[in-house]
Design a protein around this ligand. Structure first.
Ligand code: GDP
Ligand code: ZN
Length: 291
């Protein structure tokens, strides 16, 4: 019996990496009778049948699960934003951070296009606000290569997915991180008969002793499936102040005595973060009212 990681699923085949070899696996009949889901990133137990073919017998417990694209057991999601063109949007970043937190995937922030005129003020602001919350912020420019080496080092040995809205430079950053990567994955996709651009399922490709998810990128800012009761917990900086909220539970919205609102008023929680919280809470409440 071996343990390995699913790098890719295709039809009913699973490509499982274990000890430097990729096995082409199917799911054992007995397992099919139980309810199971299997996706890219899953850790599985499998028997080698012959050569590099195998039978998956069991899915090991997941530490997390990202949706759209569906990937299990990520170490990290890199959320890329631009310092300009398009303008930096705290609301979009905060929504992506909430989605990552609810999926239990640690997030790291990359601010790209720091070469643009005026980027310095945005860089300073973003760094200050998000480092105070506890997020790592990497300032990079895919165009000049600034900051790219440091980011690459941070990803060494990790299983990472990329996210962020379109136009911020995700593809450019990926190319700067490893110019060979895109070509290599394109060839891999072509080999199994589907083009890179028609890829619907996430695939993990080897990168710097770890893996990168080869997907269009996680950029979903639709908050409909976020459980409202998990929203406040996805703003880690609130926790230090909820002790002085008068009501429990406190929504930190309309309650007259609220530690979070007090901290915002005193400048100890960034007002942009609280504005995002209010906006997302409103969207979630709107969803519920339609029932
Ligand atoms: P994606 O949609 O997030 O994958 O973004 P792309 O990588 O396609 O880049 C969108 C646009 O931004 C392209 O025109 C890139 O040339 C440009 N771009 C990407 N990175 C940088 C950067 O670091 N600096 C500047 N000035 N432009 C960049
Ligand atoms: Zn409160």
């Amino acid at each position: 019996m071996n343990e390995g990681r699913v790098l890719k699923t295709y039809n009913s085949f699973y490509y499982v990496a274990a000890q430097g070899t990729v096995y082409t696996c199917k799911v054992k009949g007995r397992m099919k009778q139980s309810r199971f889901t299997l996706c890219t990133g899953d850790l599985v137990a499998f028997d080698v049948e012959r050569g590099q073919e195998g039978m998956i017998t069991r899915v090991l417990p997941r530490k997390n699960l990202l949706q759209r694209p569906t990937i299990a057991n990520l170490d990290l999601i890199v959320l890329t934003m631009a310092a300009g063109d398009p303008d930096f949007s705290p609301l979009i970043l905060d929504k992506l951070l909430v989605r990552a937190a609810v999926a239990k995937v640690p997030a790291l922030i990359v601010l790209n296009k720091t070469d643009l005129p005026g980027a310095e003020a945005v860089s300073r602001q973003v760094t200050e606000v998000y480092r105070a919350v506890g997020y790592e912020v990497y300032l990079v420019s895919a165009a000049t290569g600034a900051g790219i080496e440091a980011l690459k080092e941070r990803l060494r040995g990790r299983i990472t997915a990329l996210g962020g809205p379109s136009g911020v430079g995700k593809s450019s950053t990926l190319n700067a991180l490893q110019p060979e990567l895109q070509r290599a994955t394109g060839q891999l996709s072509a080999k199994i008969g589907r083009g890179r651009h028609t890829t619907r399922f996430a695939e993990l490709v080897p990168f710097n002793e770890g893996y990168l998810a080869d997907t269009p990128g996680f950029g979903n800012v639709n908050m409909e499936d976020i459980p409202p009761e998990e929203l406040a917990g996805a703003f880690p900086e609130f926790a230090a102040y909820t002790g002085t909220c008068k009501y429990h539970p406190c929504s930190h919205l309309h309650e007259p005595v609220c530690g979070v609102k007090q901290a915002v008023a005193e400048g100890r929680i960034a007002s942009s973060r609280y504005a995002s919280y209010q906006q997302i809470a409103k969207e979630l409440a709107g969803v519920r009212k339609t029932y």
